[in-house]
Ligand binder design. Structure first.
Ligand code: ADP
Length: 353
């Protein structure tokens, strides 16, 4: 698979006609992302270089499309004048987490659509495929993954002291888990915003002994707030998954969430439609479209993204989750567990090197 380094290297052949310096060095092309089959770059040209824009865009597209696995190039514009990469005032530099191969964000436009359920079961299913998996519950306003995983009463240990302090994740079902839920008293409102929120998210990313992970799944808060922005401006995200329900009329929030990721330059992996059909426990061959149909498909099509999975509503999903055992673990034969497994394989294959 094409790496960001290879893409950057190839793009560095594009030169400024005046200085003959390359566009990567100048910071005119930055935030190069690869989420096969798509590559996304940010174009940040200073006003004096506007006359070169069309040529640079054409050359960048041609170079990236030359990689056999890249089929689509998305170019975003950064309207603030580009600074040199050496300039401290440049937009925040992304910093990867040592030992972590891929960061996957799970997000939704609004609460209650099953985002945490998807994040938790995806993490469990990846672990069951033998992949080293972590789960960061960044839903600081409603951190409920610890109770879904039966670890709500655990207290993670801290190693080291001062600036070298590292939180040790709780390990359950083969997943390394860190959640704000471990650090706050149950029922206490969390009202952190802006810089404080940014700081806690950075601590969760960089001051945790994640060790080597194939995937770190991040359960984001719903909506388009500071947590999403902090995350996208801190760590390179391999891809975001947008969780939605089949209800077409309530797609507006999902559209906003999706647009935000695009604006932040985060590659999108696709849409997961949750609660697609209800499967009655006593008539498992029947399905009822209690929330309508087509919402996930429509959102995916509007954005030329794949519909990664359609997860049914099954009563054991709630029951087992309330008992602290995700369905992917407690009953791998349910329709939803099978869908979670397929979703995990899809993600695994997408990032296979
Ligand atoms: P969010 O993270 O979007 O707020 P949750 O994952 O907490 O949503 O899910 C909200 C509620 O819906 C929970 O009680 C959860 O158990 C239930 N739920 C989510 N997905 C399903 C599903 N596919 N089948 C049955 N119940 C579900």
């Amino acid at each position: 698979m094409t790496t960001v380094q290879e893409a950057n290297h190839a793009l560095s052949k594009i030169l400024d006609t005046g200085s003959q310096k390359n566009v990567i060095e100048l910071g005119w092309i930055k935030n190069v992302r690869v989420a096969v089959p798509r590559s996304i770059i940010t174009l940040a040209l200073p006003t004096y270089a506007n006359s070169q824009r069309d040529r640079i865009v054409q050359e960048a597209r041609k170079i990236l499309l030359n990689f056999p696995d890249i089929e689509d190039v998305q170019i975003e514009l950064d309207n603030s004048a580009a600074q040199s990469n050496n300039d401290e005032s440049n937009s925040p530099q992304l910093q990867s987490i040592k030992g972590i191969k891929q960061v996957i964000a799970v997000s939704s436009g609004k609460g209650g659509v099953g985002k945490s359920t998807i994040a938790v079961n995806l993490a469990c299913s990846l672990a069951k495929l033998g992949l080293k998996t972590g789960l960061l519950d960044a839903d600081i306003y409603g951190p409920n993954t610890p109770s879904m995983l039966g670890v709500a009463d655990e207290n993670p240990k801290v190693n080291g002291s001062g600036n070298d302090q590292r939180l040790i994740p709780i390990v359950k079902f083969g997943i390394s888990i860190v959640s704000m839920g471990f650090l706050i008293e149950e029922g206490q409102p969390v009202i952190w915003r802006g810089p404080m929120l940014n700081s806690i998210i950075r601590q969760f990313l960089y001051q945790v002994e994640w060790n080597d992970l194939d995937f770190l799944i991040i359960d984001l808060p719903p909506g388009t707030g500071d947590a999403q922005i902090s995350l996208a401006q801190s760590v390179p995200i391999g891809g975001a998954i947008i969780v939605t329900t089949p209800q077409k009329v309530s797609l507006q929030d999902s559209r906003r969430g999706l647009a935000m990721f695009k604006q932040l330059g985060v590659p999108l992996l696709g849409v997961v439609e949750n609660m697609s059909v209800f499967i009655p426990p006593d008539q498992p061959d029947k399905t009822y479209e209690i929330f309508g149909n087509g919402g996930g498909q429509l959102l995916a099509e509007e954005n030329q993204l794949p519909l990664l999975a359609k997860i049914p509503i099954e009563m054991p999903v709630v029951r087992e989750s309330n008992l602290g055992i995700p369905i992917a673990i407690s009953d791998p034969n349910t329709k939803s567990s099978i869908k979670f497994k397929e979703l995990a394989s899809l993600i695994q294959n997408k990032f296979k090197s």
